[in-house]
Each structure stands twice: as structure tokens, then as C-alpha cells.
Ligand binder design. Sequence first.
Ligand SMILES: [Zn+2]
Length: 161
Amino acid sequence: MEAAKRPPERARGEADAAGNAAVPAAHTEPDDAALVATAQALVGEYALIKPKLTAAAVASALVSGSGHVYTGVNLDLACGIGFCAEHSAVAEMLKARETHVTRIVAVDDKRIVPPCGRCRELLVQLDRRNIDCIVLLPGPARTTLRALLPKAWLEHLFVSE
Ligand SMILES: [Zn+2]
């Protein structure tokens, strides 16, 4: 089996030849409370063209393998259009050509929100190391993605790579 194609590794702080965003320079990782606070600062649901079509009711913050924090907000539109906050945080991370998530949280205006099944799959399919990602839960509590997604259906592919 051909190994999965991965974005080329780049030194921190350097853009690639195509001008893609540089991997941010290393810095001190936030603790769990600071990561939650980063996500909470982005929550502020607002209506779009109709009151029931909203953005930013949920926000997410994640720590990547480089120690950088990426954030995102959800989008909830008609006809099932939209995405979870974790998806947009992941998209922000991908712009820096990173795929490894070490810790993640999502929050609404009141509490920490566990990731939905689709987000759990998103993280696992992005990078096999993400199966050991720390997921912050209400309580507060923390667990691993492996505990939230036992017997992941693609896990057999991890072993054969
Ligand atoms: Zn989700």
C-alpha cells in the first residue's frame, strides 16, 4: 500500500515556495483553562439572513503538534448546510500544513461541548496520531479521542502503513 501523502514538513516560521502560510514559531502551549477561554472568547451567536440561520454559537480551539493554537466557529444554515466549530479550527490548522492535533475543545455560551461523531471521525481521518488527541469534556474532564471512538473503522489502515 502506498503511504498516505503528507504535506511536506517545513521549518517553523518559513513559508513554502508557493507562499503558503508558515508554521507558526514555537511558543508556550496554553493550559486547559486557557484553551477553553480562547474558544469562549469566540462564542457570540449572530443571525445571518434569518434569525434561525446563525454563526458562532459554538467555537473550538485546538493545539497542534507544533504547539500552535488554531480556532474556529460553527455555521448553522438551512438545508443542513454548515459545519461544526471543530471543522473550521481544523481548516485553519491545515492552512499552516499541519495535521496533528494534540488537544481540542469546543464550547457554547454556557459550557464545554463534546465533539459530535462526525468531528471525531474528522480528527482520526486527518492524522493517525490524532487517535491519542486529548479531548476536553464537560466537568471539566479530559479523555482521549481513542476512548471516544473505540474500534475506529479506519484503525486497521493505521497499522498497515
Ligand atoms: Zn461536530
